[in-house]
Design a protein around this ligand. Structure first.
Ligand code: ASP
Ligand code: MG
Length: 437
């Protein structure tokens, strides 16, 4: 069975919901994961903020406006009076739930319950629409099987067990509709997998049922080999290794939530990125297969700060790096790139909220210099060290650009350059020209 996930924009209006329905009504049995309609989760966050501030009136205003919007969606979505009626009942039920939160003290638990309403409504609406179309579709309630453990990590064993139980209870359905994002925590309270978590839901479900494929449907034709906002003539990448996709996601290719792909990767379930605007396009297939001898894509991450620590004491000493890393650790600041020489080490960070304290500590070890407004340019592909010439090609593309750091050999899949932010566009274009044309 395949798992298909559609994000907020893909179900962002009655018409888009109908388009999604068209896409999934192909006679194949499947699980469909849906986000809330676009904008809804943000509005629910806003409602929660009013309630935290004990402004029930303000919250009710937003709730009323949101409800009217949903009533219009319902009117547009269904053709028959019978289903318009069912749609309105669904909306009324969930908005009554929301209003109940305005009458009592508001806690973190209530906020989680409020945030869950977006996905509960969107899935209910699409499920009813499919039924109106004569499709044998049912809801799989995520709150019955999606769960995190005491470390707030998904509880894979529980998820698998409960999900299979749910599927067995409704063996004859053709389409299973379920909520992305929402779950329960280890104590059974309503919770979520963090903003943007619907991709994660799809990946967890795919791994739990050993799906044939996980499809993430968005509005873009897969991942591109460079950032189209800065570079001309980018092209979609057809195949990516999970590690390559993870690097790209981290480096700002906004298309996939980085944590999302872990469960799929470990379960060897391929993830396909597809475009609702162009459903026939092949998209991008992410799997554990490496395409040999191919550089796939380039991505950049802004707002990077480089810190260099030079110390005579580092020469022939052991334990120096540990001491340096401990400083970053104690300030909960993660390091992205590292380059070392015999007398110094350079690292990069993107979270500078504790920079001043970190620098104070580091100065005890040697001379410290800082370069801010830097940018990591990451080249992703089959960059196994034994493949001759690939890193040379990437380096050659950078021949006109001042490069502050180079990192290669950390994985088999990338080489990264640290350059000035103002050189980013030039660097991306030069790499595209050298590597992809
Ligand atoms: N609706 C949630 C959000 O807006 C989850 C998602 O769309 O993935 O963050
Ligand atoms: Mg998303």
């Amino acid at each position: 069975m395949k798992v298909l996930k559609f994000g907020g924009t893909s179900v962002g209006s009655a018409q888009r919901m109908k388009d999604v329905a068209q896409l999934i009504m192909d006679g194949e049995r499947k699980i469909v994961v849906l986000s809330a309609m676009s904008g809804t989760t943000n509005t629910l966050v806003e409602i929660s903020e009013y309630l935290y501030r004990k402004n029930a009136e303000g919250a009710n205003d937003i709730i009323n406006r949101l409800e009217s919007k949903y009533r219009r969606h319902v009117d547009e979505l269904y053709a028959t009076d019978e289903y318009k009626q069912k749609g309105l009942e669904l909306i009324r039920y969930h908005f009554d739930e929301l209003r109940a939160h305005t009458k009592d003290i508001f806690t973190l638990f209530d906020e989680k319950a409020v945030l869950a309403e977006g996905e509960l409504i969107s899935t209910g609406m699409v499920n009813l629409y499919l039924q109106e179309q004569g499709v044998n579709s049912v809801l799989l309630p995520a709150l019955e099987y999606m769960r995190t453990d005491k470390n707030a990590e998904p509880d894979a064993t529980y998820i698998r067990e409960k999900l299979l139980e749910q599927l067995e209870q409704q063996p004859d359905a053709d389409i299973y509709i379920t909520q992305g994002f929402i779950c329960r925590n280890a104590y059974g309270e309503i919770d979520n997998l963090q903003r943007g978590g619907s991709d994660y839901t799809a990946s967890l479900i795919g791994a739990a049922i050993k799906a044939e494929e996980i499809q993430i449907w968005t509005d873009i034709d897969g991942m591109h080999n460079n950032d189209p906002r800065f570079v001309d003539h980018t092209a979609p990448v057809r195949n990516l290794h999970f590690e390559e996709a993870a690097e790209l996601a981290y480096f700002g290719a906004k298309i996939l939530h980085p944590t999302c792909i872990q469960p799929a990767k470990f379960a060897h379930i391929p993830v396909r990125l597809l475009n609702t605007m162009d459903p026939k396009a092949p998209g991008t297939l992410i799997s554990n297969e490496t395409e040999l001898h191919k550089i796939k894509a380039v991505a950049a991450k802004d707002n990077i700060t480089a810190i260099k620590i030079k110390s005579g004491r580092m020469l022939l000493a052991y334990g120096f790096l540990r001491k340096v890393f401990e400083i970053f650790e104690s300030f909960h600041t993660s390091i992205d790139m590292i380059c070392t020489s015999e007398v110094g080490v350079s690292v990069t960070i993107d979270n500078t909220s504790h920079l001043a304290e970190i620098l104070d500590e580091l100065r005890k070890f040697g001379t410290v210099t800082v370069d801010s407004n830097m940018c990591i340019i990451c080249v992703v592909g089959d960059l196994d060290w034994e493949n001759v010439g690939f890193e040379a090609k990437a380096l050659d593309a950078m021949r006109e650009i001042p490069v502050r750091m180079i990192s290669f050999g950390g994985s088999n899949y990338n080489i990264s350059f640290l350059v000035r932010q103002e050189d980013k566009k030039r660097a991306l274009q030069a790499l595209s020209d050298e590597l992809f044309s």
